[in-house]
Design a protein around this ligand. Structure first.
Ligand SMILES: *Cc1c(COP(=O)(O)O)cnc(C)c1O
Length: 216
């Protein structure tokens, strides 16, 4: 399955985040042996344990809602936080990154699905964050793109429209707030059920769990 997914995403240079939440170290090592190096987790305790026991050239991505009081545990090693959904958590990421002498990369998470969700920004909230003095003064975080989850539905047109919406948000922010900078380049969208559509709509990072590892 890893080979199959890679064949689908490689022509567009989309990268695969293997979502290994609830999966054992053995299962991760199997994927590692097959060449996979980026793994995604959504629990702080779990990703911290896995970081400690698994090979150090693994890039760990955090993809779940991040509580402010837990940022300190992942700040020493996390490669990318996909789920920046408030100024508050970004401030804490900046603070903990500084303590660790690092600059931590993050993505702004947007709420693009029709379903209710507690997490994810809308465009106005993102603009407010990006225009804040607090953000202006942050030296230890770097926002490098956006992330979103489409509605869980069989309606492929709806899913496609939501991915297009996220791509449009990305393009607008890149111009208006990042001066077109090359480093602002990631669009994290697409999961097991919809990654092919996401790739067609410009995803640069697909986050795939069950299709890769089997059902959780
Ligand atoms: C679990 C999870 C995924 C992977 O979902 P699958 O349907 O198993 O591929 C992707 N993104 C986020 C944010 C997740 O929590």
């Amino acid at each position: 399955m890893l080979d199959q997914i890679n064949q689908h995403i490689q022509p567009t240079q989309t990268r695969l985040v293997a979502v290994s939440k609830t999966k054992s170290n053995e299962q991760i090592l199997e994927m590692y042996a097959a060449g996979q190096r980026i793994f995604g987790e959504n629990r702080v305790q779990e990703v911290t344990d896995k970081f400690e026991s698994l090979p150090k050239d693994i890039e760990w991505h955090f993809i779940g809602h991040l509580q402010t009081n837990k940022v300190k545990y992942i700040a020493p090693f996390i490669s990318l936080i996909h789920s920046v959904d408030s100024l508050k958590v970004l401030k804490e990421i900046n603070k903990q990154a500084k303590r660790n002498g690092r600059v931590i990369d993050g993505l702004l998470q947007f709420h693009i699905a029709a379903e209710e969700s507690k997490y994810g920004l809308n465009l106005n909230q993102a603009k407010e964050l990006l225009e804040s003095t607090a953000y202006f003064n942050m030296e230890n975080v770097r926002l490098i793109g956006v992330m979103g989850m489409a509605t869980f539905t069989d309606d492929q047109q709806q899913v496609r429209r939501e991915f297009q919406q996220l791509k449009n948000i990305f393009t607008q922010l890149k111009i208006d707030y990042f001066g077109g900078a090359d480093y602002f380049k990631e669009i994290s969208m697409g999961m097991s059920g919809d990654y092919l559509i996401a790739v067609e709509e410009g995803s640069t990072l697909v986050r795939i769990g069950s299709l890769l590892f089997g059902k959780r």
